[in-house]
Design a protein around this ligand. Structure first.
Ligand code: ADP
Ligand code: MG
Length: 371
């Protein structure tokens, strides 16, 4: 647990960057700290590892105030990842990652061994180890930044706009990898971002700061979307809140799907004609995984991959209500494809059935955010 109690920071020029911040960041969870530029996010983060000293208030780790700790020892307990990774340009990737284990007294050999393991953890091949930072893409450098922060196996991780400097496709990949990694490492993490969508995606809990370093609301992503405390938060969270909130609500076990007729690649036009219901027929592979839709009347010989329409998305029977509704809306047949954990077909739902599932879900009964 990282706790802020009445923490303020006024810079010498009088700027109040953080004003009476109270925040609890639970152990093993990701807290996303989000707000507009200049609202005091970086200042808040850097006060935790004492790169900046608070003007007043107390920050504690597991209940122990950081004020009395030796800053160097404190920083060894806290991984720190910044935008553009901040790698040492004249050191190889392996040596960048091995820096902290070396500081902690590991031999060069041990430190390099650990660094090589961490390259694998963040999804980089071992041969990246001998390269220099400038020989890596932005996304790869950012992975190295995460590996370096993990090298001392700290209980806490602070990440300041870690994925902001890479293009949107790579950013999505890095976010997904990061969430998968956190499932295994279970660190206590604070990630700072100005991007509300990133905060909602990454945060178990999201803390919204407003300009002047004042906390506006702390809540789960779902609560933030459905119960913003005031107009500032509502505006900041943005448009399509109702629809986006479906992305944080699960399809429950009671979803009823309809059996969907299917055919396979290579099936003949006759088979297709006997199976088809309406204008579209669903094609599955040998593992019963849906691969696309065909128009039965356009098949003359046998079904080939050239006949497939891929426009529909699939929804997991254990996924989100948003994915369920999207599957129904995107299917050319208007029947959304629902699959199980292995990607095999369960059945289909119409948009009306998806909306009924939304109305029957208990998502609107979510608890009032604890502020
Ligand atoms: P954020 O990370 O949310 O963009 P910062 O924590 O970097 O915000 O900055 C918060 C406020 O403090 C801003 O108004 C910024 O201009 C100001 N600030 C940051 N660092 C200093 C400094 N060293 N001296 C004076 N003002 C600063
Ligand atoms: Mg900042």
């Amino acid at each position: 647990m990282i706790t802020f109690e009445n923490v303020s920071k006024a810079y010498p020029d009088g700027t109040v960057a953080v004003d009476q911040l109270n925040l609890e960041c639970p152990t093993g969870k990701i807290t996303a700290l989000v707000g507009p530029s200049g609202c005091g996010k970086t200042t808040s983060l850097r006060m935790i590892n004492r790169l900046i000293e608070p003007t007043s208030g107390t920050i504690s780790l597991h209940g122990e105030s950081t004020a009395a700790m030796d800053p160097a020892l404190l920083r060894r307990r806290i991984g720190y990842v910044i935008q553009n990774a901040g790698l040492f340009p004249h050191r190889t990737i392996i040596d960048n990652i091995a820096t902290m284990p070396r500081l902690l007294g590991k031999t060069r050999r041990e430190a390099r061994k650990r660094a090589t393991e961490l390259l694998d953890v963040v999804g980089l091949a071992a041969n990246f180890g001998d390269r220099y930072p400038w020989q890596l893409s932005g996304g790869q450098q950012q992975r190295v930044g995460v590996a370096r922060a993990l090298a001392a196996d700290p209980a806490f991780m602070l990440m300041d706009e870690p994925f902001s400097a890479v293009d949107p496709v790579v950013r999505t990949q890095l976010q997904d990898e990061f969430l998968r990694l956190q499932e295994h490492i279970g660190k206590t993490i604070i990630v700072v971002t100005h991007d509300i969508d990133e905060a909602l995606k990454l945060g178990d809990q999201v803390a919204v700061l407003r300009t002047g370093g004042r906390l506006a609301q702390t809540a789960t992503p779902h609560e933030l979307l459905t119960q913003p405390v005031d107009e500032f938060v509502a505006d900041f969270v943005g448009r399509d809140r109702g629809y986006r909130s479906l992305g944080f609500a699960s399809v429950d076990g009671t979803l009823e799907t309809t059996d969907e007729p299917t055919a396979r690649l290579g099936d003949s036009a006759d088979t297709v004609a006997s199976q088809a219901r309406g204008e579209w027929l669903l094609i599955i592979d040998e593992n019963n995984r849906p691969i696309g839709w065909v128009r039965p009347h356009s098949i003359t010989g046998r079904i080939t991959s050239g006949d497939l329409n891929f426009s529909g998305t699939t929804a997991s029977a254990h996924g989100t209500l948003r994915a369920l509704l999207d599957a129904a809306l995107s299917a050319p047949s208007k029947r959304g494809v629902v699959v199980d954990r292995h990607g095999a077909l369960v059945g289909t739902v119409t948009a009306a059935a998806a909306v009924a599932a939304i109305e029957n879900s208990d998502r609107l009964d979510a608890e009032v955010p604890s502020k």
